[in-house]
Design a protein around this ligand. Structure first.
Ligand code: HEC
Length: 201
């Protein structure tokens, strides 16, 4: 490279003038009190991003608004709130399990006791018979608190001939009949079967 050419390349005025030239070619014709604007296009990637969002919004509109193929945001909100509420309800139910003592619930439990033929294995008065244990004494094979009774009634003890009732009774009905059984404690019916299991505290 000759000395002259080298100088030419490094000539700062040349570079500046080139920039000026490029700038001039980008100048837009308007002029606001001496403030001028260059026609500087947005970078290509940004334009593609813009085109993509336009395309996406069109697809979104057709899918969610024209043909209603998916839940709207409001519906999604409702669904989530309902699910959360159900979840909360379930947790409360678990916490609130207690033997029911009101007349109506016990009457309902008594009705279930006869409708589901609990008497066939536990006796009319819960005194027990050749098949099922006495439900009126303080002795329990599986525990004598409401939770233990609900567990036995829900899942049964299939190996010992006690059927699960979860498919035949609602959770509320199971609670009612379990409460009714607990209300029989100490009733001392005739022909009571000998105690089985552990004495409840
Ligand atoms: C087909 C006979 C049969 C029927 C019907 C039946 N049970 Fe039982 N039940 C049993 C047997 C047998 C056991 C003892 C299970 C064991 O030994 O583990 C039992 C156990 C129980 C226990 C637990 C007793 C303990 O000592 O822990 C409860 C409570 C109970 N049954 C309530 C009911 C109720 C309420 C019904 C009606 C909804 C019912 N059962 C219907 C046979 C039956």
């Amino acid at each position: 490279m000759s000395q002259e050419e080298n100088n030419k390349e490094l000539d700062p005025t040349k570079v500046v003038s080139e920039i000026k030239e490029e700038e001039n070619s980008l100048l837009l014709p308007h002029d606001f009190d001496g403030i001028k604007e260059l026609d500087n296009p947005a970078p290509r990637w940004l334009m593609y991003l813009l085109y993509f969002t336009i395309f996406f919004s069109a697809v979104y509109w057709v899918h969610y608004i024209t043909f209603k193929q998916g839940p709207s945001q409001a519906e999604e909100y409702e669904m989530e709130m309902a699910a959360a509420k159900a979840n909360l309800q379930q947790q409360e139910n678990v916490v609130e399990i207690a033997a029911l003592t009101d007349e109506a619930s016990l009457a309902e439990g008594k009705k279930i006791y006869s409708e589901k033929a609990c008497y066939s294995c536990h006796g009319q008065l819960g005194e027990g018979n050749a098949v099922g244990p006495n439900l009126t004494d303080a002795y329990w094979i599986h525990g004598g608190d409401i939770k233990a009774l609900i567990e036995v009634l829900t899942n049964g003890v299939p190996a010992k001939g006690m059927a699960p009732f979860k498919d035949q009774l609602t959770a509320q009905q199971i609670q009612q009949v379990a409460s009714y059984v607990l209300s029989l404690q100490g009733t001392n019916p005739p022909n009571a079967k000998a105690p089985q299991g552990e004495k409840a505290m």
